[in-house]
Design a binder for this molecule. Sequence first.
Ligand code: DGP
Length: 226
Amino acid sequence: MSGSIKRGAFIVIEGLDRSGKSSQAAKLLVRLQNANIPVKLLKFPDRTTAIGKTIDSYLRSESDLDDRAIHLLFSANRWELASSIEESLRSGTTILCDRYAFSGIAFSAAKGLPYEWCRSPDISLPAPDVTLFLDIPPEEARERGGYGQERYEKEEMQKKVRAMFQRLGKETDGRGQQRWVTIDAGKSMDTVAEDIWRHVKLFMKGVDGPVERLWEADAAPLNTPP
Ligand code: DGP
């Protein structure tokens, strides 16, 4: 496709709580801006929308909700932004996203909800070109100043979440042009930033082809001919 107009890259950073995700997303944002790449940083859950405010209150344990209901709200919070993500990518803006659908599945499945059920509402969301999974053993994450007060910030829960992320990585890497990269987040902040950059710089010239959709091939309508 040489000579064709390229779209922006969709880059997602995932990881356990206290894996350094948000700091690395901020560093990467500056690096991309310094390289004159048009880029937008998003963060899920986006606690500023009406749905996001309900999620925020739930995470702070100020309100309680059925596990399935909160799962669907997390997903709806991503769908709220799906078309604007796609438009930005098409217009050549790179999207850098701190957490995405993988967190949605990992956290809810770790609570005990069926994995496939958890994945369903996120099927067909815009698919990241690359997901950088910042991997750290939960014991090490805990030693980084301890977990906070929010609902999921407990070591046992984080262990289950990590196993779910590992499964998601295996199922995602190599689908279409989607890549899943595991980064050792136990190293120094600068080393992790360099590891991340090695993978991100491959996308600096933009991406060919349309924005893909998450797990869409697994959800073909029943009346679609084989
Ligand atoms: P953060 O704002 O990145 O610290 O995330 C808040 C917490 O919410 C964190 O423990 C991870 C969890 N979380 C993020 N996205 C989802 C999601 O889609 N579903 C569920 N169940 N939990 C999520």
